[in-house]
Design a protein around this ligand. Structure first.
Ligand code: NAD
Length: 357
């Protein structure tokens, strides 16, 4: 397996492989860049078809985290870890503890958090072995109630604000009442996002594999439910991908007739070429790692011991301003938002370590 010549190698500072025979742990931790601080990124537990696929994911995702945190003005670098195997059958306390020991050996240059296949309770087990993990504390929510370490509500709040920024730029209005918004995936982020949108008077069109989530959305949010493959062709103003990656691609572009694409999913575009096509056709795309940064902002404050709901919400509200900056520069310089986001993230990476208020 090549590494320094790997197509996704991007001067990563360190990539480590860990194994533990007794628990079956096989993990890769990729530290892309620590210029702004310790690298922080989720732990993905997934049944990769090959070790090569796992490495590719770790390389790509860790680079993405450098850009996401720099863009969100956090004193964090970019890293990501992957655990190879089916979480439903392989995950055990012993394996999570072995992973915690692996984190401990890296001495804090990488900090783990939940991602697909891992959860808040998993982070609590990992924390028994190491301090280099976050996303598990009970916190005080902005309404005074309690909030688990789960960063999803923060991600949903950031996406909601990101949609409002896109609406402001495209439709020149501050409200979203009456807009038709397609939400693909009513999971931890998508459902909460749909609640925000519904509260503001938007009409929700939703799809998911999960029948219970669909029924709930129908009852609580008056959502219009459509089939998994029918979502793209619905008459909508906004498409919000909140399930898996690459659902905006040449095939779905043939069906999508929307003004804005803005949602929480990572890697929404299959390629940058799709981003260019959106730009040419006048569809406004809110770059995924900008709009979905609420979660990393949330866990960053938690990890640094600075968590206060109001401060965190204020920081998340910066997503609105960042997106407006991207949309305006994209228009002025005629550069697709997906490309421009990387340029602005690199600018911010070189502006020094941000301090949190
Ligand atoms: P989740 O697993 O809770 O929800 C995903 C939902 O999508 C589930 O309800 C699932 O049934 C549904 N789904 C799966 N396949 C589908 C399909 N083909 N069509 C429609 N729905 C489908 O995940 P989440 O935490 O809500 O995250 C959603 C997306 O946002 C993911 O791409 C994730 O990487 C990204 N994201 C999440 C966070 C966070 O804080 N949770 C942060 C940044 C990015």
């Amino acid at each position: 397996m090549s590494f320094f010549t790997h197509k996704d190698f991007d001067n990563h500072e360190q990539v480590c492989y860990f194994s533990d025979q007794d628990s079956g742990l096989k993990a890769i931790i990729a530290v892309h860049n620590t210029q702004l601080g310790p690298s922080l990124g989720g732990t993905r537990f997934f049944d990769y078809a090959s070790d090569e696929d796992a490495l590719t994911d770790a390389l790509r995702l860790s680079r993405g985290m450098t850009y996401k945190s720099a863009m969100a003005r956090l004193p964090l670098g970019g890293g990501k870890s992957v655990i190879i195997g089916n979480p439903k059958t392989l995950k055990s306390e012993a394996l999570l503890k072995a992973f915690g020991n692996a984190l401990e050996r890296l001495n804090g240059i990488y900090v783990a958090a939940e991602d697909s296949g891992t959860s808040v309770p998993d982070m609590k087990v990992i924390h028994q072995q190491t301090e280099h993990v976050t996303g598990y504390h009970e916190k005080v929510a902005s309404d005074g109630g309690s909030k688990s370490g789960d960063p999803s509500p923060a991600t949903a709040y950031g996406c909601y604000l990101g949609i409002k920024a896109a609406v402001k730029h495209k439709f020149k209005r501050d409200d979203i009442a009456g807009l038709r918004i397609g939400v693909q995936g009513l999971g931890n982020v998508g459902y909460r996002l749909a609640e925000f949108l519904h509260q503001d008077g938007a009409h929700i069109i939703a799809c998911d594999l999960n029948e219970a989530a669909l029924e709930k959305a129908k009852q609580e949010l008056n959502a219009e439910i459509v089939g998994l493959n029918d979502i793209y062709s619905q008459p909508m103003d906004i498409f919000a991908p909140c399930a898996m990656g690459a659902t905006v691609n040449p095939e779905t572009l043939k069906q999508l007739n929307v003004t804005i694409i803005a949602g929480s999913a990572n890697n929404q575009l299959d390629t940058l070429k799709t981003g260019e096509e959106l730009h040419t056709s006048g569809t406004l795309y809110a770059p995924d790692y900008v709009i979905n940064a609420g979660g990393i902002i949330d866990v960053c404050y938690e990890h640094l011991g600075l968590y206060e709901a109001e401060k965190v919400n204020k920081h998340i509200e910066g997503i609105y301003d960042t997106l407006i900056e991207i949309f305006e520069r994209s228009e002025k310089d005629n550069i697709p938002t997906a490309l421009l986001a990387d340029t602005i993230a690199r600018e911010r990476l070189n502006q020094g370590v941000p301090t949190l208020a």
